[in-house]
Design a protein around this ligand. Sequence first.
Ligand SMILES: Cc1cc2nc3c(=O)[nH]c(=O)nc-3n(C[C@H](O)[C@H](O)[C@H](O)COP(=O)(O)OP(=O)(O)OC[C@H]3O[C@@H](n4cnc5c(N)ncnc54)[C@H](O)[C@@H]3O)c2cc1C
Length: 403
Amino acid sequence: MSYIVNFEAMKKMVAIIGGGPAAMLLAARLDSNLFDVIIYEKNKALGRKFLVAGKGGFNLSHSEKLSDFILRYTPSEFLKEAITNFSNDDLRIWFKTLKIPTFVGSSKRIYPEEGIKPIEVLNSILNEIKQKGFQLKTEQNWMGWNDNNELLFENGFTTNSDITIFSLGGNSWKKTGSSGEWTNYFSEKSINIIPFEASNCAFKIDWKNDFLIKNEGKPLKNISINSKNNSKKGEVIITKFGLEGGAIYALSPQIREQLNQNKKAKIAIDLKPSFSIKDIVSKLHSGKITQQLAKTIKLEKSKIDLLKYYLTKEEFIDINKLAKIIKNFPLEITSLSPINEAISSVGGISLNEINSNFELKKIPNNYAIGEMLDYDAPTGGYLLQSCFSMGAFLANQLNKKHG
Ligand SMILES: Cc1cc2nc3c(=O)[nH]c(=O)nc-3n(C[C@H](O)[C@H](O)[C@H](O)COP(=O)(O)OP(=O)(O)OC[C@H]3O[C@@H](n4cnc5c(N)ncnc54)[C@H](O)[C@@H]3O)c2cc1C
C-alpha cells in the first residue's frame, strides 16, 4: 500500500502584519516547504521607513565586535540570543548572497557598496521573499481581531492563520506607516503597552540668542558628552531647537530618564577629549585667550563661542577655571523633540509580554518583533540590525519548531 502525502496541505499558514525590515527578514528566512506566508502591509508598498533610512546614512549595521554590540541596546539581554544567532557578520554574508555587497566605513558602520541605491537593497530582499512563493498584500490596514478572533482589516477582509507575527513598527515618522495606532488592539487583549517616547531625537536647549545667531547649523566636532556617568564621543549640530547628532542620540535613555524624573536633564560636554585639564592649563598663559584657544588648544570657533557667551569675563580669563569648563561644559536639556520627528521611538509592547522567542505570552502562536517592542538602540546601524536579527532569529525558531 502506498500513501500520497500532500505536503502543501501540511504547510502552516503564517500571517505577518506590517512590512518593515523585521518582517522582511523573517519572511525571507522562513522555510517555504513548511510555511505559506502572507505579509499584510497597510501602505501601497513595503519598507517605506527602510527607504527613509536609506536617504540618510543608511547604516545597515555596525561592525563592532558582538560582545560590545549587544551592550548598545537598552535593555541588552533580551536581544543577546537573536543578535548572536544572526550577527552583523551574518547580515553581511546574507546580503552578499542577495548580490548586495557591503563595506565597513571609517565610522565602522556597515553600508551597501557605493552606487547601490536603497531601493535596490529593498527590491533584492522583496525578490527573495517572492521567489519563495510568499505573497505580499498591500493596502491592508490591520484593525485588530473580530468577535471570532480572526484578523480584521479596515476593508472588511478577515482571515485566520496558524501563526501570526506582528511587526508594526514604532511611532515616529508616521508618514512611513509607523503610526502606533495598533496599541489599542493589544490593550484590548490585556497586553501591557508602554507609552511611546522619542529616541534618537533632537534635544531642546534654550540657547542664548547671541550665541545661536552666530552658531546655528554649526557642528561641535570631536567632543564627548556625558550624562549620568555615560559618555559618548562624536559630534553634534547646534540647531535652533537645541542639539542633534550621533553623540547625543546615543545618550537618549539617560537623558529621557532625567527628563521623566526632573523635567530637566543635565549633560556635560568635554570640548577637548584628547587633553586633560593639566594639558590645557600647561598650554595656556594669560593674555589673548581667544587666540590661544584657537591656535594652541585648537578649538573650533563654535566651541570658543560657547565659552565666550556662557562664561563671565572673570571665568574666561582664569586659566584653571577655563580648563575645567572646557573639559566639563554644562548644558541643560528641557525636552525631547516631537516624537514624529525622532529617528526611533521607545515604548510599545512591554518586554514582559513576550517570551524568549518573541511569542506573546497571552496569545500563543502570536509573535511581536521589531521596533514595536519597548527597547532602545542608538543610530549607526543598531536599529536595523536589531530588526533584522529578530526576524532572522524568529524564522530560525519557527523553522526548527515546525520542521
Ligand atoms: C530618518 C530615519 C533614518 C534612519 N536611519 C537608520 C539607519 O541609518 N540605520 C538604522 O539602523 N536605522 C535607521 N532608522 C531606523 C529604522 O528605519 C527602523 O528602526 C526600522 O525601520 C524599524 O523596522 P520595523 O520592521 O520594526 O518597523 P517599520 O520599518 O516601522 O515597519 C513597520 C511597518 O508596519 C506597517 N504597519 C503599521 N501599522 C500597520 C497596520 N495596522 N496594518 C498593516 N501594516 C501596518 C507600516 O506601514 C510599516 O511599513 C532610521 C529611521 C528614520 C526615521
